[in-house]
Design a protein around this ligand. Sequence first.
Ligand SMILES: NC(=O)c1ccc[n+]([C@@H]2O[C@H](COP(=O)([O-])OP(=O)(O)OC[C@H]3O[C@@H](n4cnc5c(N)ncnc54)[C@H](O)[C@@H]3O)[C@@H](O)[C@H]2O)c1
Length: 479
Amino acid sequence: MRVTVIGTGYVGLVTGACLAYLGHRVSCVDSDAEKIGVLAKGDVPIFEPHLDQLLALARENGAIDFTTDLTLPVRDSDVIFIAVGTPSSPNGSPDLTFLQSAARDIGGAMDAAKLRVVVNKSTVPVGSGNLVEALVRDGIFEGGGSAASVDFAVVSNPEFLQEGCAIGNSLYPDRIVVGDEDPRAAEIMRQLYAPILNQSFTAPDFLPRPYHLHAVPFVRTTATSAEMIKYAANAFLAMKISFANEIANICERVGAEVTQVAAGIGLDSRIGPRFLSAGIGWGGSCFGKDLRALTQTALEYGYRPALLDATQQVNACQRQVVIQKLQEKLFVLKGRTIGLLGLAFKPDTDDLRDAPSLTIAARLIQMGARVRVYDPVAMDACRLQHPELNVRYCRSTTELAQDADALVLVTEWTEFCSLDLAALAECMARPVLIDGRNVLDRAEVLRAGFDYAGVGCAPQRLAQSSANRAAKYLVASGA
Ligand SMILES: NC(=O)c1ccc[n+]([C@@H]2O[C@H](COP(=O)([O-])OP(=O)(O)OC[C@H]3O[C@@H](n4cnc5c(N)ncnc54)[C@H](O)[C@@H]3O)[C@@H](O)[C@H]2O)c1
């Protein structure tokens, strides 16, 4: 099929690259001329594993192009995806400015030649399908056409990909949700996604098909339900993490280990093991924004969503937990040098939107600490997007640790799980390590000579071992 994708961000670019890989002919459109310039040159403006390989294949096959002008692509296309950003506005509801402008532009480019499906992939509040339809009609009218003579249908096709494994999520999804009011549009979507639904495409060498996957469910709903599915899914995932963090905070007080508790409850098939990792909480462009949007929608309908409120509150507090742990270890933070291992909101991405690292760094700086950071991928993005952040960017974990008073593991990059901990501890002013993601082997960290704290660990045993290590440290340092 001939496809246009509007918006070449984390969602649009992945969608375009995957559809091109499946054999469709894709035009990617973005209003950001710089981004399109980078893509047209053969580069990739974001970090997402395997995206460069998939785009290279699509380019080789002449299956993808990049442009700032949607007129010709829209006119040629059977399916037009809207994948523009929908950031939070100050009152918590999503800012639909980009969506509105994209929908109008699509309308302005349409003619009466054929049926086209306009697919809303951006996360939008309930009822936005109607809004998009009305705006496409406005665009047709403003472009001099007559809405009655132009055949189009709007469907909602929410995106569930996770940055860092977005290509796998797109080629091997758990389900494809399509909300529509027009069976012709549903059929076109079914055809578009047939290679994924039947898993009939040849899997790329670099991303083999999961062995158990033979077919993907196609979930057809009303447009409103599809929009709600997206918000409900994100709210549930965020709630699961906040729940794990709430339990972690109780574990610390009663002397239990949250990792053991999570393993114990996660084996219950009604609960499941994923998204139960306690730590410094969730971040990223979606959870916070989508929770605020769903809360706002509920309030507009006269309902106070207590669980959504609590999910956000627990998460906000969780970012403070690291600061408290540093205070417990170092007492005074003013003048201390703290090294943050990781900036990205999660591993395998350069995305810094609502990253806990930014909140933690800003708070530490406010408290008078000197903050250093190291991230394998996201440092350039951070320099560019957060020039106000007064931190020292380090080229290695050794530079980060040299003479520092504490390290905090903020993002669970794989490379942080195989650090030479003893060497790092050796070169620090005080070997304090806070594992904000509970990914390090505690015994190993302790053996390396660190004074350690994780999240949700039994305090009395730790207090004892910390005291022992502190004593050893004092002896070793001759104090
Ligand atoms: N990032 C994720 O992990 C994720 C996952 C699921 C759903 N979503 C949703 O998908 C949507 C897109 O998210 P994203 O992270 O890809 O956003 P993004 O900010 O990375 O990308 C959006 C792109 O749209 C472009 N754009 C804005 N207005 C435009 C217009 N009128 N015409 C052409 N291009 C335009 C921007 O220049 C930008 O490149 C959002 O609604 C988001 O909530 C995101």
